[in-house]
Design a protein around this ligand. Structure first.
Ligand SMILES: C[S@@+](CC[C@H](N)C(=O)[O-])C[C@H]1O[C@@H](n2cnc3c(N)ncnc32)[C@H](O)[C@@H]1O
Length: 399
């Protein structure tokens, strides 16, 4: 059933595993995002299956890894995600200002800051435990002052990236604005309050303008991506309203897993800065499905990708195996393909296993029983038609 209909030479091999973890443009690690993949992965497929000027889409763009990498390599990177956090991060990277524009705007915002007119969150609001009152006042001012302009979107994304994280050597040289906490996700408000009380933690009065300025310098230490892209805040089912049928040469994406991550709840601190309630985000995303609705959702996704791909276009989906209590894990990628293929004009190129280091899987950070993800991702590689329009033999790993 899974014998590929399309044979390519050389076959797809997970070469991205052989390159350093930090490989990629400085924009990639601007802000951590749950279940993000490394830029090495889209890079491999961009090199194999596209030319300069082609269009590369991720309909679940998260922190924007695929479209950003596409822009770095002279392709048009299209990002879309329904989550407002993902939208801001993706847009900032595919349509960035210059360093000078961003730094000048930060200076302008700093000169408008007096602290006097800021309406603070009411006593008892969980955000008050995360920051020193001075830092929180500056964040609240910026939350109200930042607009949707190109420079402001970039500043928003930069600040989102430093809103919380773990201290490296000591709390005095942390790049983050919060008390010591994970960077990838927000701890629950109840947990943070207990932790702060029990450990008698006093947040430091950190200066948001200074930390953001430092971060901007790091982000712009290389030149900005050579091509510009576009970003949408859309349900993937609506993408044909923005992107022409048959206009995309490559899709590289990781759809939300089966009941694994609550993108709203676990990002409540960053969503507070964007002024969006976390519950509102979780109500709209496709991250709570059981298996049968999940397969129907993936059918819809594949039909939509088939519609947007050009003839010979390639669709790459990263799908993790899912653990079940007392039974072997589900090979979700195989289940997705088996369910969807009878109605599709997409053909299988390959289904490649991509084992992930145990400590890197997002649900393992919480504890072993909490999530349903396992340590194997599978890469489903599909083609519109009988052979890919582009199939470059070699992947260039120089940067
Ligand atoms: C596994 S994450 C993608 C991470 C991304 N590959 C990266 O490197 O950051 C899946 C994404 O799907 C988004 N999502 C969930 N349901 C969606 C929907 N119906 N339409 C668009 N995006 C959705 C979530 O907000 C989340 O960002």
């Amino acid at each position: 059933m899974f014998s590929p209909k399309v044979t390519i030479s050389p076959p797809v091999v997970p070469e991205w595993k052989d390159h350093p973890k930090r490989w990629g443009h400085p924009f990639h690690p601007m802000c951590s995002y749950m279940a993000m993949f490394p830029p090495r992965l889209p890079h491999y497929f961009i090199q194999r299956f596209t030319h300069k000027g082609d269009t590369v889409l991720d309909p679940f763009s998260g922190r924007g890894t695929t479209p950003t990498q596409a822009c770095v390599e002279g392709r048009v990177g299209l990002a879309s995600d329904l989550n407002p956090l993902a939208y801001v991060l993706s847009l900032a990277k595919v349509d960035p200002p210059t360093y000078e524009e961003a730094a000048l705007r930060l200076q302008e915002l700093e000169s408008g800051w007096s602290g006097a007119a800021v309406r603070e969150e009411a006593a008892g609001h969980p955000i008050r435990v995360v920051y020193h009152p001075h830092t929180l006042k500056q964040l609240t001012y910026l939350k109200q002052a930042l607009t949707d302009s190109r420079a402001d979107t970039f500043l928003k994304a930069t600040i989102l990236g430093i809103m919380h994280g773990k201290y490296r050597r000591s709390r005095d040289d942390s790049i983050y604005l919060s008390i010591d906490m994970p960077n990838t996700f927000s701890m629950s408000p109840g947990y943070i309050s207990r932790y702060v009380r029990e450990k008698k933690i006093q947040p430091l009065p950190l200066d948001v303008f200074e930390k953001t300025g430092d971060r901007l310098k790091r982000l712009f230490r290389e030149s900005v991506p050579v091509a510009r892209g576009r970003a949408y805040q859309l349900d993937f089912r609506q993408l044909h309203r923005k992107i022409d049928r048959g206009s995309v040469q490559l899709v590289v994406s990781s759809p939300p897993y089966l009941k694994v991550v609550k993108y709203g709840l676990y990002n409540w601190i960053r969503l507070w800065f964007l002024g969006v309630p976390a519950t509102e985000v979780d109500e709209t995303l496709d991250d709570g499905h059981d298996l049968p609705p999940y397969l129907a959702f993936m059918d819809e996704l594949l039909l939509q990708m088939e519609r947007l791909l050009s003839p010979g276009g390639v669709c790459v989906l990263v799908i993790g195996d899912v653990a079940q209590k007392g039974r072997p894990p589900i090979n979700l990628a195989a289940a997705v393909w088996e369910h969807a293929q009878p109605q599709l004009g997409l053909q299988l190129i390959d289904l490649v296993a991509d084992p992930i280091a145990d400590n890197l899987k997002v649900t393992k950070i919480w504890n072993k029983t909490r999530g349903q993800a396992t340590t194997v991702d599978r890469i489903l590689v599909l083609c519109k038609g009988d052979r890919p329009a582009t199939n470059n033999a070699r992947v260039d790993w120089s940067r």
